[in-house]
Design a protein around this ligand. Sequence first.
Ligand code: BMP
Length: 226
Amino acid sequence: MLVLSIDPRPSESRSIGDIVELVRKVDGLLYGYKIGVPFLLKYGLEGLAKLRSSTSKPIIADLKLADIGDIMSITAEFLASVGANAVIAHSFVGKRGALDVLRDKLRELGMDLILVASMTHQGSAEYIDNYIEDFVKLALELGAEGVVAPATRPSIIKSVRDIAGNGLAIYSPGIGAQGAAPGTAICHGANYEIVGRSVLYSDNPVRSLLNIAAAQREVISRCRSS
Ligand code: BMP
């Protein structure tokens, strides 16, 4: 139920080979991986291809696309060419000429669409959070696989789950570096918790991930038995 977000810094001393080695060690603890702009700037599409060949787990390309449909579709083709399984896009660009076009392209490519319903940072309340219900309904209408909702604000996850029913997976970032405790988002209705820097940037990423996975299991078993 954990997704590892691989967001290297520019000063990252690890090569993509080192990342692949880490992936081999932690693969069994994870549902999948999430990469974004920092990964592509650091390791390129070739790096993504290497990540692909090191795991059979889902790889989510989190570029938070927000463009016209044709251009988002071209981006999706690049990502599909190296085996990414899903793409995250912003909901606010709307359906017609944007997300409907992307959705059709992703279907053709055999990839999933994940839309942003709400975000972890405080500024999400300034604009995005006024439209959570619309965004979740849009995700359902488009046949998206899932939405992103913040582990930092579990009550939002609960309302997203209420609107989505079982129609969407909920991916929830914010564990660790942004302060959310492992397991909390899942106890509020999320399917997957996303963790990045508190694992990747720690002195011992494998141990950090093991600790987070154990904490997640404990919190989930407590909330499920209460
Ligand atoms: P970290 O655990 O290092 O805070 O990483 C969280 C990851 O989730 C980052 O890749 C970030 O881009 C992403 N994310 C987020 O933090 N908040 C959101 O609302 C949506 C995200 O995709």
